[in-house]
Design a protein around this ligand. Structure first.
Ligand SMILES: [Zn+2]
Length: 210
């Protein structure tokens, strides 16, 4: 018997949220491949993986298509286990780097977008009361439960559309330098996110002239 989580996020919500986060990642130029990449690679890349973490639930959209795989993953890890963690993303990146054929059919910009799409699912699930085990196998669950269940999922739809609108109006920025070490890159990325947040807060709080 599969135990359903109370008020899981809907597939529609995940797709809208992933759409917004993928656009935002390109506009923020999180990686040079995203910054200079092709929108026609990036958007499908972000959307194609945004439902993948729920392969661990046989009643999910993907779970109903790939029943044997879904049942296997569910049996081993349970729902919202390994597939909803950073370790799953790291495993995916390592597999892509080591197992791809010399002439990979997946362009790097699309692959980076696929990581963003997958990550967007985990972030979206963090907004529900059940949260996610981000640091699996540590069972500690991370959550920011702003998506409270309402009739017709009104709040979920509102939050996801707000994220999409935010992404659409976000200005395009220059990519972070390609030749930084990982630590410098993370520092630069966090600094950029902090500055962007401050700019928006400042804009919202600034008194309007005229
Ligand atoms: Zn999920």
């Amino acid at each position: 018997m599969i135990k359903m989580l109370r008020f899981p996020m809907t597939s529609e919500g995940h797709i809208i949220f992933a759409f917004g986060i993928t656009i935002l990642a390109k506009k923020m130029a999180l990686t040079p491949d995203l910054a200079y990449g092709d929108w026609w690679h990036i958007i499908p890349g972000g959307l194609i993986t945004c439902l993948l973490p729920d392969i661990d639930h046989p009643k999910s959209i993907l779970g109903q298509k790939l029943t044997w795989l879904s049942a296997l993953v569910y049996h081993i890890f349970g729902h919202r286990g390994f597939t909803h963690s950073l370790l799953a993303i790291i495993t995916g990146i390592l597999l892509f780097n080591h197992c791809q054929p010399p002439e990979s059919i997946i362009p790097f910009d699309a692959f980076h977008a696929m990581i963003i799409g997958y990550f967007s699912h985990i972030v979206a699930d963090m907004l529900t009361p059940a949260g996610v085990p981000l640091l699996w196998p540590c069972r500690c669950r991370f959550r920011l439960p702003i998506l409270i269940f309402t009739k017709n999922n009104k709040i979920e739809r509102l939050v996801c559309i707000a994220a999409l609108i935010f992404a659409l109006q976000y200005p395009t920025t220059e990519p972070i330098a390609r030749y930084l070490t990982m630590t410098e890159y993370v520092q630069a990325l966090l600094q950029r996110m902090y500055v962007s947040l401050c700019c928006y807060l400042f804009e919202y709080n600034r008194p309007q002239n005229g």
